[in-house]
Write a protein that binds this ligand. Structure first.
Ligand SMILES: [Zn+2]
Length: 236
């Protein structure tokens, strides 16, 4: 029983060990355990890599909700119950340090997962920007149409994809958004995303077979079907 408890305590120190959060005595004891524990040996490289990824991607500004998400995760994570027999064990942590070591490990893992998500999002947004730039540089179709209410919208089409940009357009009324639609030759318009009147352009990935693209003003969050007449129709 005591032997079993000692092993579990030692395993639980992997996170703190990787974060260099053990004092010298604990560190020495854990390294003795590590030398004889295949489980911990297998775990250390992965946790080191996760910690390194967090450091390497630290320049990505984390979204505002990160702190609360991590704190919520820490709050939900169940602490190990205190084990009295472990007090005399060689690598037992003081009762108040065990939750800290666990919380530190949870933070590292949460941050690693978040940095992976941010990396994918960054990659996708760069890919989108590159596609938009390529279409604008060599359009097969390019037209500009005046917007009802001032400003204009530009359509560029290349390789079955399209970019729609709005220039000098008024911001939509409060609580409303611009929504882009693909208008097929037959059938109902398909939603193609929300438009920011001030952004670099909206990418529509599939316009083959479409008759036109249209923009309407919709309630915040967008609609499944246009609810108002379009402010502009761009023939493909
Ligand atoms: Zn172990």
């Amino acid at each position: 029983m005591s032997e079993q408890t000692t092993q579990e305590d030692a395993h639980a120190l992997v996170g703190a060990y990787v974060l260099d959060a053990l004092d010298p005595g604990e560190r020495e004891a854990f390294e003795r355990h590590l030398a004889a524990c295949p489980d911990c040996q297998a775990e250390v490289p992965g946790m080191r890599a996760a910690a390194a990824r967090v450091a390497a991607t630290a320049y990505v500004r984390p979204p505002a909700h990160l702190k609360s998400a991590v704190l919520a995760q820490v709050a939900r994570t169940r602490q190990l119950p205190p084990v009295v027999t472990a007090v005399s064990a060689p690598v037992a942590l003081a009762w108040w340090r065990r939750p800290l070591a666990l919380a530190a490990a949870v933070v590292v893992l949460a941050a690693a997962a978040l940095s992976a998500v941010l990396g994918v999002q960054l990659h996708e947004s760069r890919q989108r920007e590159a596609q938009i730039a390529a279409i604008i540089a060599h359009p097969e179709v390019s037209r500009e149409v005046a917007l009802r209410g001032g400003g204009s919208a530009t359509l560029d089409v290349a390789g079955g994809r399209a970019v729609v940009r709005m220039r000098g357009a008024a911001a939509p009324p409060s609580g409303r958004v611009y929504e882009l639609w693909v208008v097929p030759s037959a059938g109902s318009p398909r939603p193609a995303g929300l438009m920011d009147s001030g952004s670099g352009g909206a990418l529509v990935k599939q316009v083959t077979g479409a008759k036109a693209l249209a923009v309407t003003v919709e309630p915040a969050g967008g609609s499944e079907r246009p609810t108002l007449p379009p402010v502009v129709v761009l023939t493909v």
